[in-house]
Ligand binder design. Structure first.
Ligand SMILES: [Zn+2]
Length: 437
């Protein structure tokens, strides 16, 4: 425990500098070219075996991959940021993220850890509110409208910390380790494609986690998180017919009205007796000019439910409403499912608190351990957790408490960077206690 503690103190400035680097250069899901390279280059130096691009994930299991033009631009940008062609070639067309393996050569458990690495389409501190820590410290996002506003910059840094720790403690450790640096968590798009590659089929233990989420102080850790919401992410395009709004409005087919009616009516889906449901229309873009009947409208929306059945109820209702609105305004509609997440199947919930108490005994970073709390959000890691649990292996998802400047997905989101040390402590201690058993 003391050696873990000393190691964390030594690496702490690096954890912070990695976090700030990721924060300053955020990348959206399936365009994490520079992020993947930054992580991969270091893991390679440490001696991990890397799997990049289609070696790491099943291409066709990816969801919500951006169009070719977006990917091409992102690849160009990454090239300008110094990502070598050899790496870009492997990641081409949105095959970002990587898997790193370490085999101690000694008999023991196979432990997998997953870290998500993508950012959000949010403009950081647009109104320039003073007191925003990343701004004041000079590491605010350098990319307009892209921001690490959920803490995945921290998750990526923690992952690098774990990798460094495994390399440093290799003599003491047994078994093997698989680190998954997952792209496109936002929108529940990436986890399934990595899972489908088979990385978890023989793991004994699987760990992942999130900083923040629950209003917990620094040093508090939730040992086993439940209450993941199943979710569907849906893109809708209404195509009508434009015409002169003054001369022959009767000739037009109004896509904007179909989208507007859809947005309003989606929010009137009745709540369900059996549990929590959510719906949100996040964006609506339509029309080309004041005097033109709008022939194109695009909506992005999501549904959620406490269970997959409840989410399916929301999704089915949503699709019925979208199709009905299209019929009402006599426009074409294209509905695309661009992301999907499931609820987490709970299992062994009571085991993790005592496990973590034993593992982190004597730590001055982990101060209080909670048995379980609900996530109340969606996390596509649920696919991985459920898969591991279904095979009888062990999986858990931690929450690492930290004060938050503003909530997740807010343009002023920020957290206490000391939470990086807490999370590294939890992962390192957990691994050590399992490999010493
Ligand atoms: Zn997140």
């Amino acid at each position: 425990m003391e050696r873990i503690s000393r190691f964390i103190s030594t690496i702490s400035p690096k954890l912070i500098s990695w976090r700030r680097h990721f924060h300053q250069f955020p990348e959206l899901g399936w365009t994490e070219y520079a992020t993947t390279y930054f992580i991969g280059r270091q893991l390679e130096e440490l001696g991990f075996t890397l799997f990049i691009g289609e070696e790491a994930l099943v291409s066709k299991a990816r969801m919500g991959v951006p169009d070719h033009e977006t990917l091409y631009k992102a690849e160009k940008r990454a090239q300008e940021q110094g990502v070598p062609d050899e790496w870009l070639h492997k990641m081409r067309n949105g095959h970002t993220g990587l898997v790193a393996k370490w085999d101690t050569g000694k008999e023991g458990k196979h432990i997998a850890l997953r870290f998500d690495i993508d950012a959000l389409p949010i403009f950081e501190n647009k109104q320039k509110v003073s007191g925003h820590f990343p701004e004041e410290e000079g590491f605010a996002s350098s990319v307009p409208s892209v921001m690490h506003a959920c803490g995945h910059d921290g998750h990526a840094a923690i992952g690098l910390g774990v990798a460094n720790w495994i390399a440093a403690f290799q003599k003491e450790l047994t078994g093997s380790f698989t680190l998954l640096f997952q792209p496109a968590e936002e929108g529940s798009r990436g986890a399934k494609s990595m899972l489908d590659r088979g990385w978890l089929k023989d793991v004994d233990y699987f760990f992942s986690g999130h900083i923040g989420i629950q209003p917990l102080p620094l040093g508090d850790v939730v040992a086993s998180t439940n209450g993941f919401l199943a979710t569907s992410k849906i893109d809708v395009t209404f195509t009508g017919k434009s015409s002169h709004a003054g001369v022959e409005p009767q000739e037009g087919k109004n896509a904007l009205l179909a989208a507007a009616a859809t947005a309003i009516h989606l929010h009137t889906i009745p709540r369900h007796r059996d549990g929590v449901t959510r719906i949100n229309v996040g964006t609506l873009q339509a029309g080309t000019g004041r005097n033109v009947i709008p022939d194109l409208a695009e909506l992005t929306l999501e549904t959620r439910g406490e269970t997959s059945q409840l989410n399916q109820y929301m999704e089915d209702e949503a699709i019925r409403i979208i199709e009905s609105a299209a019929a009402m305004y006599d426009v074409e509609v294209d509905i695309r499912l661009v992301g999907k997440g499931v609820e987490v199947v709970t299992k062994d919930e009571g085991e993790w608190k005592p496990f973590l108490e034993r593992s982190t005994e004597g730590s001055h970073r982990v101060l209080q351990i909670h048995e379980t709390m609900p996530l109340r959000a969606s996390e596509d890691v649920a696919y991985m957790i459920n898969d591991v649990r279904a095979r009888g292996a062990k999986a858990t998802y931690f929450i690492f408490g930290t004060p938050l400047a503003k909530g997740h997905h807010h343009p002023l989101f920020d957290y206490d960077e000391r939470v990086l040390e807490v999370a590294l402590d939890v992962y390192a201690s957990s691994i050590l206690s399992l490999t010493l058993q």
